[in-house]
Write a protein that binds this ligand. Sequence first.
Ligand SMILES: Nc1ncnc2c1ncn2[C@@H]1O[C@H](COP(=O)(O)OP(=O)(O)OP(=O)(O)O)[C@@H](O)[C@H]1O
Ligand SMILES: [Mg+2]
Length: 217
Amino acid sequence: MPAVYVVSIDPQASTVWWANRITDLPFDFSQEHETPENLAILKDTGARVHVIVNQKGGVGKTTVTLNLAAVVADVMKDSEDLLHVFIDTPGSLQDQYLLQEALKYAHDAIVVMPPEGLAFDPTARTIEQVIEPSGVPYTVVINNWDPRDGVLDLEDTVAYIDAKGWQRAKTVVRRYKVHTRASVEGKVVTQYQKNRASFEAREDFYRLALELGFGGR
Ligand SMILES: Nc1ncnc2c1ncn2[C@@H]1O[C@H](COP(=O)(O)OP(=O)(O)OP(=O)(O)O)[C@@H](O)[C@H]1O
Ligand SMILES: [Mg+2]
């Protein structure tokens, strides 16, 4: 059994589309939006369960889920036990019950947020109305920052998160065309070609995994 298992409960299921295109997935994968109660079995596996959330669509939940899972699977590849489960969730308000179901079985939540003002209110809503009432500890991860845009938006976002008192990952996942392309080609970071941009793009996820306590290299 691989050390990592990815579950999607997103009815839009872009993860499935992606996962089906990936050859040699480094983790197990299943789609459970029709039967979220199946997630209950995760409690008995002894694995750490992480839910990737933001009810704002298109912020990078699926990108972070699959790539974080890929690097953790790489770091843990010698393990015989299931150690980490990553649950990808819907980016919409309609499916809030699915998110709440996943939070019942989660040890922690990873809130994905882009460095842009438009994302502030929807992210706050998700955290304050759904995650905090669940009691599940969470960390906000800034994703999709383009260094060429300068640091202003990034600094504003960091200031906003810190003023809210939310726990924040120091690692920022940068915007790289390779990630956008990979989602079309069906590749995860550990399968990227070896060149400088791919290396840096991949390193963000290794660094994030290490910072979140999922193991490093
Ligand atoms: N760090 C990044 N660098 C480049 N492109 C990115 C990055 N993060 C996300 N993207 C791109 O942004 C788009 C949306 O990302 P993704 O599908 O992961 O978001 P999502 O939150 O899962 O969306 P939804 O709410 O619809 O499920 C995709 O085209 C993806 O490739
Ligand atoms: Mg998604």
